[in-house]
Write a protein that binds this ligand. Structure first.
Ligand code: CUA
Length: 324
């Protein structure tokens, strides 16, 4: 976006830029640094020069009587204002880009736990960063990836310095982080929210692979061999937990609402409010069904909070999303 501002100064004291966003963040950072430096020189340099120049030299020195200067006062207010607005708008552009995952982004689930990360791919392949330390979060080059993250215990935070993005991983909700890697190689991940004794020992590695290599790698974990994709696992849980007794998957009404076409639809509730059935809504409805009762349906569903693993909730949501 800002290729016209081709300053690579940042790379001399910052991690390698692994995304386009990283370049944009660094450019803004350099702008802040240089404008601060110029302000510093004008302000402190001017002050020092005036101290020396207008030093009181004898007891008879008189101070000139100056009340104000309209032009000067206007300029030293207006110029900083313009600079601040540039910084604000520039920051907003980057922030919007950073917070808005592209529609076609490939989702990978991330679960944080004391003190391990677990990654689950769409095809059901899942692994943790411990005890197998060598396991890496493989991602394709030049393709948007959206991490759907939650925590199984306390607050964690997922930080990829090389990508210049960071997001808290919060128990009880989903947070998102997206990136499009533009450089091959490995990028360090840190947990950046103090989460207990081994907080500093909660690293992970993002491994950016050429697209073709990634596709081969991801396809090597065929659903049949690994016991099904994430949605397939969700389907199993859906049956195992007896959800089928109250929820159909073909549109017919049993006790509760059907799961068909649920995801992304508008839900109307008994109290007159409404919401769109996004991931957070589905998660809440699975764990704490009493929170939002769908209009014209009984509040009959048991509470699953504490009864079901985060990974299983993710699988259920994926399954529900697949029922178009
Ligand atoms: Cu997890 Cu700090």
């Amino acid at each position: 976006m800002y290729s016209w501002l081709n300053i690579n100064l940042a790379n001399t004291f910052m991690p390698v830029e692994g995304t386009e966003l990283a370049g944009n963040v660094d450019n803004l950072y350099i702008f802040l640094l240089i404008s601060s430096l110029i302000s510093f020189i004008i302000l402190i340099g001017g002050m020092t020069a005036f101290i020396v120049k207008y030093k009181r030299r004898s007891a008879n020195d008189k101070t000139a009587y100056i009340t104000h200067n309209n032009l000067l006062e206007f300029l030293w207010s207006f110029i900083p204002f313009v600079i601040m607005m540039v910084i604000f708008y520039w920051g907003k552009l980057i922030y919007d880009d950073y917070r808005t995952p592209p529609e076609n982004a490939e989702e990978i689930h991330v679960t944080g736990r004391q003190w391990v990360w677990r990654f689950t791919y769409k095809n059901g392949y899942a692994f943790s960063t411990k005890p197998a330390n060598a396991a890496m979060l493989n991602v394709p080059l030049n393709r948007p990836i959206k991490l759907v993250m939650t925590s199984g215990d306390v607050l964690h935070s997922f930080f990829i310095p090389g990508f210049r993005n960071k997001q808290d991983v919060v128990p009880g909700r989903y947070t998102y982080l997206w990136f499009k890697a533009t450089k091959l190689g490995q990028f360090q991940v840190f947990c950046t929210e103090y989460c207990g004794l081994e907080h500093s020992n909660m690293p992970a590695t993002v491994n950016v692979m050429p697209e073709a290599e990634y596709d081969t790698w991801v396809r090597a974990y065929v659903p049949e061999a690994s016991g099904g994709g994430l949605a397939d696992k969700g389907k199993e849980i859906f049956t195992e937990r007896g959800c089928t007794a109250c929820h159909s998957v073909n549109g017919t009404r049993i006790v509760g609402p059907t799961m068909k076409g649920l995801s992304g639809s508008k839900r109307e509730f008994a109290d007159g409010s409404s919401a769109v059935a996004d991931d957070a809504y589905l998660r809440e409805s699975i764990l704490n069904s009493g929170a939002k009762i769908v209009k014209d349906y009984p509040a009959a569903m048991p509470i699953f909070k504490g009864q079901i693993e985060e990974e299983d909730v993710s699988a259920l949501i994926d399954y529900i999303k697949s029922l178009k």
